[in-house]
Design a protein around this ligand. Sequence first.
Ligand code: IYR
Length: 220
Amino acid sequence: MITPSPLPRVAAPQLGVPESEALGRVRAFADDLGRRRTVRDFDDRPIPDGVLEEAVRVAATAPSGAHVQPWRFVIVTDLSVRERLRAAAEAEEREFYTRRAPAEWLAALGPLGTDADKPFLQTAPALIAVFEVHLGPDSPRPYYVKESVGIAVGFLLAALHLAGLSTLTHTPSPMKFLNDILGRPAEERGFLLIPVGYPAPAATVPALVRKPLDEVLVRI
Ligand code: IYR
């Protein structure tokens, strides 16, 4: 096996944020991202041109194992494709809610009120299907795929929130139907299906409470 030679190196970016501004900036970011909520009831208001593509550009800046960038993002706005995705997801979800899910899991979902109906796949003006890209004819072996794609999706959700858009990290299971309907090759494996848009005027979200910092943070 030939070991490729190291890449040429360039200067690390000095981001130039004054130290006096550091806390204020990160606090403002926390407050802003803290307003993000998963939304399940979307308006049909269209998404401004170019926003989805730029948000994917943000996602694709994520770090990845061995810099393999093992992700693919499919933006779906075509209504007939969204309808097919809804029908296929609901078929899997009906199995999940009536047969596959253990009682304990259903109990955990109870407070959130989710069920097998997924109208948001049709009503949201856009869906972003996120795939992990595994070894294939045109793709190298990736490393830490879930970590890499998970970070990229975090960037994506933050970018869409910054643009004033709401999202839902939908996890239909299994996701093979995404490959079939979206025509993706076998080395691409569904990771998440993300409806994007504006909340319907009457949309509500559960009154969740986030854990206080001292419950999620340990300092040593
Ligand atoms: N995939 C199902 C079930 C589901 C599972 C979890 I964990 C959630 O946080 C929400 C839903 C569904 O999409 O309904």
